[in-house]
Design a protein around this ligand. Structure first.
Ligand code: GLU
Length: 472
């Protein structure tokens, strides 16, 4: 059975790169009817926080990635890691190192930049020396002994990978406080959990060599590896805060829909087909194929995501959009006096132009507030520069016809507007633009006749009158 894990360290927010890793793990597992495990890598107790672990679970749940079994916390398994480190020590595959962090730091400084390797000073301490340290309780770490040779693996994306072991450092397995390093806990868990495939960012490639050597030292079979190309920002540098929002919950708060996010992420190194369409999680699961991943680093394009979000919004029923908007209690309270049908009609009316859910809130303010919209003076001046008396007169003609209408549907209003324009001797646009502004306080809107129909006769007339009063 395929079994994969998403293994975030809860030391910061869940970022878009991590979400893509989670998504590809999830799709791979579910496509093969396998298991997707959430493993919280909280061995760095100081830097890890339960809030971040919560946030990670909340982010995955929001996007529809349900993990199998209870989440696994590495901090609950320190004993297991310690046993493995000591086993390697007994077998001569690891050794105690008593060098202090200060000594290591000093040696690092005198080595050419970036080229420091632990010099194996402690590799051949004799039993008596070790005894002396033990008597003094000198703190020590356990280092893994990197054997000579060449280490290679076949990566699904990067194909044949190889390194000469001489480039690797005798890295620490167990720290002096008894806690494991990342490599030790990852290898211990990937093997004891029966992880079949490791899918993670390609910033982990150099770690993979080290981990494979550890698997071999323990006579264990390493999983299959797939390293996903890192996501870049527009400047071809690793995506970060400088480029825009990156934490997944920020996208949620900014009004993105999960469908848009997973569709967009699926295009970063993989494209499930068309790139102008929303895919559901079920579609993606069904189509996923790890063999089809590209090796190139994808560039995160916020505009593309906004475009997909607008598509996702369009296909979402108004009731579902309203439910999401109402998770904001303040918003829900502000419009509680309006009938749900009215609110859903508004969502339906404006949704073709919305790129994020936040934009609906602005529309609610302008379309539903009792006091009517705020008429911004500079917008009004652009619409009708200088003297407004002609504008008021034309709108007056139109108001008379609107008041006389029996059926206030979009066709009826359109007819009334066109004949008012004729009577006033102006183009229809000379009434359309001011009417839009009068009804909504905005200079763009859905079809103005639909907007009239949405407001109904009484409210439309009220708003136009109020606008005439304001334009004096
Ligand atoms: N915990 C590691 C991280 O957050 C990932 C470990 C892995 O996938 O092997 O970068």
């Amino acid at each position: 059975m395929k079994k994969v894990r998403f293994a975030p360290s809860p030391t910061g927010h869940l970022h878009i790169g991590g979400v893509r890793t989670a998504l590809f793990n999830y799709l791979y597992a579910k496509n093969a009817a396998g298991e997707f495990i959430l493993r919280i890598e909280d061995t760095d107790v100081e830097r890890s926080s339960p809030e971040m672990a919560e946030e990670i679970s909340a982010g995955l749940s929001w996007l529809g990635m349900k993990w199998d079994h209870e989440p696994y916390y590495q901090s609950h398994h320190f004993e297991k890691y310690r046993e493995i480190a000591f086993r390697l020590l007994r077998e001569g595959k690891a050794y105690r190192c008593f060098c202090t962090p200060e000594e290591i730091e000093a040696r690092k400084k005198s080595a050419p930049a970036g080229l420091f390797k632990y010099d194996r000073k402690c590799i051949s301490l004799d039993a008596a020396e070790i005894e002396r340290h033990a008597a003094k309780k000198t703190p020590f770490v356990i280092r893994f002994f990197i054997p000579e040779g060449v280490t290679g693996f076949k990566d699904r994306v990067h194909k044949e990978m190889k390194i000469n072991n001489s480039e690797l450092d005798d890295y620490v397995l167990l720290k002096s406080d008894g806690s494991p390093t990342y490599h030790l806990s990852v290898v211990a868990d990937d093997s004891s959990m029966g992880i079949s495939d490791v899918i993670r960012g390609d910033d982990h490639i150099s770690n993979t060599f080290k981990q494979i050597l550890l698997f071999r030292a323990l006579a264990l079979k390493p999983p299959k590896y797939t390293h996903l190309p890192l996501i870049f920002g527009a400047d071809k540098k690793k995506l970060s805060k400088r480029h825009g929002e990156t934490s997944i919950l920020e996208f949620k708060h900014k009004g993105y829909l999960p469908e848009a996010i997973i569709t967009y992420l699926s295009q970063l190194s993989w494209l499930p087909g068309e790139n102008k369409k929303i895919f559901t999680m079920a579609d993606l699961v069904q189509k996923f194929n790890l063999q089809k991943l590209s090796k190139n680093s994808p560039v995160f394009d916020y505009e593309k995501l906004r475009f997909l979000n607008s598509l996702a919004i369009r296909r979402k029923p108004p009731g579902a959009i309203y439910d999401i908007l109402s998770e904001d209690k303040e918003f829900a309270a502000a419009f509680s006096e309006f009938a749900v049908e009215k609110k859903e009609a508004l969502i339906e009316l404006v949704k073709p132009r919305m790129k994020t859910l936040i934009e609906f809130k602005e529309k609610f303010k302008n379309y539903l507030s009792k006091e009517g919209p705020v008429y911004r003076r500079e917008e009004l001046e652009k619409l009708a520069p200088g003297d407004k008396s002609g504008l008021r007169k034309n709108l007056g003609v139109f108001l008379d016809r609107l008041s006389a209408l029996d059926s206030f549907d979009s066709a009826g209003v359109e007819e009334a507007l066109r004949s008012s324009a004729e009577e006033a001797g102006v183009k229809a646009a000379a009434l359309i633009h001011p009417s839009r502004f009068a009804l909504t306080g905005e200079t763009v809107s859905p079809s103005i006749f639909e907007v009239f129909a949405f407001f109904g006769k009484e409210e439309s007339i009220k708003r136009i009158k109020s606008f005439i009063a304001h334009s004096g």
